[in-house]
Design a protein around this ligand. Structure first.
Ligand code: BV8
Length: 247
């Protein structure tokens, strides 16, 4: 479909829509200079994902994992929300005036959606600027590069408070995301390879609940065949399809 036709179709569906959901992945932050995981120069390209994003990997080599998270924290602190993050945040405010709700469900652990001004935000995989103890209930959030150290309460190891492979998502967050997907009228999937579960299940659920799926990606993914596919960079496509000017 041509962009012109897609924009017409989007406006037609938007007319009657009440709930619009954006599921985002690392690709939405790529134009802010943040590396993705599985792309050409992705984080997982030359190191096993389980060494970096699993409890076993962390316990085996906490220094390596902390080095990776510190590098990412540094990049995120230097990065800025790009037109894709900004377009979604502006769209949320515009739709509020028309009595429609806009939600963002992100797999990203960066804070670019928050900094762009998105309010209805669910972070499925945690927050890179929050750390917790591997043993007691100590938790702390600091917007800076958090160096590896031991828990001030019990002396055990401190780890990033993010969801690693084999770990459950934060209690209540997935249930809420599941409900938003089931009740969505329009479901955008932006910048994700759609291979990590349970996040990748959400567009399937949305579609089976009657939502229209729009996918924004530079490449096709396993869900492209079941979506209106908008090939291109999120920072260019989203302002255009949402018809929003971002500075
Ligand atoms: C769980 C840590 C159960 C956070 C990450 C077999 C089959 C199915 C599932 C499984 C299986 N075996 C195991 C599982 C479950 C597993 C899973 O899904 N594995 C997959 C890989 C096979 N899932 C889990 O383990 C999850 N937990 O299931 O728990 C449970 C239940 C109860 C009790 C106990 C346990 C946990 C998953 C979370 C994993 N955490 N990392 C961090 O440090 O960030 S994974 C990592 O992948 C990140 O979290 C990231 O969020 C996630 C998804 O990646 P993407 O965001 O999609 O990024 P990617 O690089 O892959 O793609 C980028 C895309 O952007 C590309 O498509 C590219 O084309 C596009 N792009 C690039 N530039 C642009 C662009 N698009 C637009 N514009 C651009 N400019």
């Amino acid at each position: 479909m041509e962009m012109k036709d897609i924009k017409e179709k989007f406006l037609e569906i938007l007319e009657k829509a009440k709930n619009i959901v954006f599921l985002t992945g690392a690709g939405i932050s790529a134009e802010s200079g943040i590396k993705t995981f599985r792309g050409e120069d992705g984080y997982y390209k030359n190191v096993s994902v389980m060494k970096l994003a699993s409890v076993e990997g962390f316990l085996e080599n906490p220094k390596l994992v902390w080095q990776w998270y510190n590098e990412r924290q540094e990049n995120i602190l230097k990065a800025k929300p790009n037109p894709a993050h900004k377009a979604i945040a502006k769209f949320e405010k515009m739709m509020e005036k028309e009595g429609k709700k806009v939600y963002v469900i992100t797999q990203n652990v960066d804070d670019l959606h928050e900094r762009a001004g998105s309010n209805n935000l669910l972070k499925l995989h945690g927050d890179i600027f929050t750390v917790k103890c591997i043993s007691c209930d100590y938790k702390e959030n600091r917007n800076e590069v958090i160096k590896e150290r031991n828990c001030p309460k019990c002396g055990q190891l401190i780890r990033p408070d993010v969801v690693w492979f084999g770990e459950a998502l934060p209690v209540g967050i997935y249930e809420k995301a599941y409900q938003l997907a089931a009740e969505s009228d329009i479901f955008f999937v932006v910048g994700t390879s759609a291979v990590v579960y349970p996040a990748a299940y959400l567009p399937v659920l949305a579609s089976s609940s009657g939502a229209t799926i729009f996918e924004v990606n530079i490449n096709e993914t396993p869900i492209s065949s079941n979506a209106i596919f908008l090939k291109g960079k999120a920072g260019e496509i989203l302002p255009e399809i949402l018809n929003i000017k971002v500075n």
